[in-house]
Write a protein that binds this ligand. Structure first.
Ligand SMILES: Cc1cc2nc3c(=O)[nH]c(=O)nc-3n(C[C@H](O)[C@H](O)[C@H](O)COP(=O)(O)OP(=O)(O)OC[C@H]3O[C@@H](n4cnc5c(N)ncnc54)[C@H](O)[C@@H]3O)c2cc1C
Length: 378
């Protein structure tokens, strides 16, 4: 006997598309599917109401990759792959801005700044020396210089005197984007049911039988998995590792000597103004192994490390108290491109958003549609 009422089961039967994961990728992909196949029932389910998705736990950076990150990505992969990823993020943000508008997302066009440790002049100069080359590379995306040398000392931070500004970057209010995307999906006719956790499935000759942790099944013609950092729970062999990101927000500080979004330590530390509060996150490079987890706690060593970073580097000499602390789970791999395609006959994947999945999400939703139309495999 199923644990669902007769009526609840009616909601979960005769579904054309079941989309697992109500994050930015699941919701935008669902909207695209519904828009393209209006006669079909597109149902999004999620294990959590709020609280689970990286989409509501991120830092709200509108960014595409700092100069330092670009250089590393080129060295790790190739010029063309790094440029392609940068372009996907840039295009993704343009689509979000075109659809919802700057005001609705609380976009602050402050630009983003990459700062370097005062002790690592050589590392900073290596990136600064490459600015001409990097600007030439991404000019096809921006039409103008993406990276400009600036005076980082003006911020009052204890950092190397030269920094790099990316004028097209800025910050959004994460909850406003999430609400806009969710409302948009509902307006399109997407159904969203939360509190439903998928535990497994069987791809049958006619569709998918999705098993639920609380008992019961959903019978759907097709399933789209958008569980990003949690995907290994469902497909242990998938090339997506969970990567926890810990984030803290200070109490109100009265005022901040700067506004905007900042990248440091090759992007592993990020911080931004939130009015008169400071948000800071990252530090995963201190313990890659320990942070490869789906556990959503915050930990004392990270809290202490980031607090010390605020008090010695960002606001030197100031003592701060964190009022909020949370973590979110990203989906990572050495290959930083999203993984989009058919996993089996009726099961499609759109996962592995890396550290800039807000930027990628709208692009990914469009690509899902291309994959569905072309029946392209992974
Ligand atoms: C701390 C942090 C800071 C970040 N900062 C930025 C930033 O500033 N800018 C940027 O561009 N990107 C940032 N990102 C990345 C970005 O937030 C993510 O890449 C993006 O939100 C991923 O969206 P998604 O829809 O793929 O996954 P998610 O938002 O994680 O959604 C996946 C959903 O799947 C659900 N789920 C998982 N397993 C199951 C199951 N078995 N059954 C049912 N439901 C399930 C989860 O509950 C979750 O709601 C950050 C991420 C983190 C963690």
């Amino acid at each position: 006997m199923t644990t669902f009422s007769y009526w609840e089961q009616q909601c979960l039967d005769s579904v054309d598309w079941v989309v697992v994961g109500a994050g930015l990728v699941g919701l935008q992909s669902a909207r695209k599917l519904k828009e393209s196949f209006p006669q079909q029932r597109v149902v999004v389910i999620d294990a959590h109401a709020l609280g689970g998705a990286a989409s509501l736990r991120n830092a709200g950076f509108v960014c595409f990759g700092s100069a330092g990150e670009m250089l590393d990505e080129i060295e790790r992969t190739s010029e063309s792959q790094a440029l392609s990823l940068y372009n996907k993020r840039f295009q993704g943000i343009q689509r979000l801005m075109d659809r919802y508008g700057h005001d609705r997302l609380g976009f602050e066009p402050t630009g983003g700044m990459e700062v370097f440790s005062a002790q690592e002049a050589d590392g900073a100069e290596r990136v600064i020396d490459a600015l001409g080359y990097l600007n030439g590379l991404v000019r096809s995306v921006h039409g103008s210089d993406a990276f400009l040398l600036c005076d980082a000392a003006k911020t009052g931070m204890n950092v190397y005197q030269k920094g790099i500004v990316a004028p097209a970057e800025g910050g959004i209010q994460t909850h406003l984007l999430y609400r806009a995307v969710r409302e948009d999906a509902i307006a399109q006719g997407v159904e969203i049911y939360e509190g439903i956790r998928v535990s497994g499935w069987e791809d049958t000759s006619v569709g998918v039988e999705v098993s639920l942790a609380q008992g019961g099944v959903i019978r759907a013609s097709r399933m789209l998995i958008c569980t990003n950092g949690f995907t290994r729970d469902l497909i242990p062999t998938v090339a997506v590792a969970p990567a926890r990101g810990q984030v803290f927000v200070t109490e109100s500080l009265g005022s901040l000597p700067f506004q905007g979004i900042y990248h440091a330590d090759q992007g592993y530390i990020y911080f931004r103004s939130l009015g008169d509060r400071l948000l800071i996150g990252g530090g995963r490079n201190r313990d890659f192994v320990g942070e490869e987890t789906m556990d959503m706690d915050v930990t004392k060593p990270f809290e202490q490390y980031l607090k010390t970073y605020v008090e010695t580097v960002i606001l030197p000499g100031k003592s701060v108290r964190f009022e909020y602390g949370w973590s979110g789970i990203m989906g990572m791999d050495n290959n930083r491109n999203p993984l989009i395609g058919w996993h089996s006959d009726h099961v499609c994947l759109a996962v592995r958003m890396g550290g800039m999945g807000v930027a990628l999400s709208a692009w990914v939703a469009e690509e899902v549609l291309n994959v569905v139309r072309d029946d392209k495999g992974i």
